[in-house]
Ligand binder design. Structure first.
Ligand SMILES: [Zn+2]
Length: 125
């Protein structure tokens, strides 16, 4: 599980948080999606994958009922992708009537998939 190129910064709160998220995802991912899940990945970009404008500020609330940790199954690759949102987008999701096909979800999924492919490309570099 060694990472090829380990960045030194930032120290390591976000990395620890990402590890926590992966653990949470693993605990329910298999149950929820079964064999569709072959891998887990946490989006750790600086910008919210919902709007690509605001930073992921929901992370400030870590420890508080897992606030904005979401996950999305990228079936084509069998990857369960965990992500956090900015508070604006998180609000939009939690306060809106759930409509999985709405624009925000489409943006999130598209941005996460793009980010995942950038990540895969960075592994090959
Ligand atoms: Zn956002």
């Amino acid at each position: 599980m060694a990472k090829p190129s380990r960045r030194v910064t930032p120290p390591d709160e976000s990395e620890a948080l990402a590890a926590q998220i992966v653990e949470m995802m693993m605990s329910y991912g298999q149950a929820q999606f079964g064999d569709a899940v072959k891998a887990y990945w946490v989006y750790a970009g600086d910008l919210c994958p919902g709007c690509l404008k605001r930073p992921i500020d929901a992370m400030k609330y870590k420890g508080k009922e897992g606030l904005a940790i979401n996950s999305f199954i990228y079936r084509e690759c069998g990857v369960l992708i965990g992500y956090l949102l900015c508070s604006q987008c998180a609000k939009g999701i939690y306060e809106a009537t759930p409509r999985p096909d709405d624009e925000l979800h489409q943006n999130i999924e598209r941005n996460l998939i793009a980010a995942y492919h950038r990540y895969l490309a960075s592994l090959d570099a």
